[in-house]
Design a protein around this ligand. Structure first.
Ligand SMILES: N[C@@H](CCC(=O)N[C@@H](CS)C(=O)NCC(=O)O)C(=O)O
Length: 216
């Protein structure tokens, strides 16, 4: 089986980060193709890989899978030993619910606190609607850690797809200097200490593309 993951800029592409770190944490070999997004010609390059025209895209031989959550599901099914979902049915249902909530929600947070791994904005003023998103994320982290996180530092103890879904949010909270509860901060620190996350940051630092719309 030969896997290729097509991703956007590591500095900015939060959706791309999710399957990339999941593949790395699960120790699954893959080739990577980086397409710098939102510059001339990038859309055509993405469409050459997927009719949906968005990254990330996973290619497994002649199979193409787009959308970060669909890719994580495919990886979880194809590599059960990676334990990308919790083994307990009820925990797995919760992991899927919070992953889906991330995937389809938190619009104010995603719009205002765009991912930018190369920047830090101390004292960033968080508007009310974004703060409501921040509070909900922390509620998810704190409650999930308390109920399911006994066996390790992640939401369900060991690393799962739910952690992959929330990792870009961790980077946003770091970039925008968001104050967290002790439990949420400890969880954020565990995500930032992951080798895959460190590698992704290093990749972002090495990129030269700058997108003005993602810079304050
Ligand atoms: N819901 C999709 C979102 C994918 C998405 O919006 N990707 C953005 C980059 S983070 C993209 O491809 N933008 C480039 C473009 O629209 O040309 C997923 O989970 O994969």
């Amino acid at each position: 089986m030969s896997l290729t993951l097509v991703i956007g800029n590591k500095a900015y592409s939060s959706w791309s980060m999710r399957p990339w770190i999941a593949l790395k944490e699960a120790d699954i070999a893959f080739e990577e193709i980086v397409i710098p997004i939102y510059i001339e010609g990038s859309s055509e390059k993405i469409f050459a890989h997927s009719p949906a025209g968005k990254v990330p895209i996973l290619k497994d031989g002649d199979l193409t899978i787009w959308d970060s959550l669909a890719i994580l599901e495919y990886l979880a099914e194809t590599y059960p030993q990676a334990r990308l979902w919790p083994s307990d049915k009820r925990a797995r249902a919760l992991a899927r619910a919070i992953s889906a909530e991330m995937h389809s929600g938190f619009v104010p947070l995603r719009k205002l606190m765009t991912m930018n791994l190369r920047r830090h904005y101390p004292g960033f003023e968080v508007p009310e609607d974004v703060q409501a998103n921040v509070d909900r994320v922390q509620q998810i982290w704190d409650e999930t850690r308390a109920a399911h996180g006994k066996d390790g530092p992640f939401l369900f103890g060991h690393f799962t797809a739910a952690d992959a879904m929330y990792a870009p949010v961790v980077t946003r909270f770091k970039t925008y200097d968001v104050k967290l509860t002790p439990t949420s901060q400890a969880y954020a620190d565990a995500i930032l200490a992951l080798p895959s996350v460190k590698d992704w940051y290093a990749g972002a630092a090495a990129e030269s593309w700058v997108l003005d719309q993602y810079e304050y």
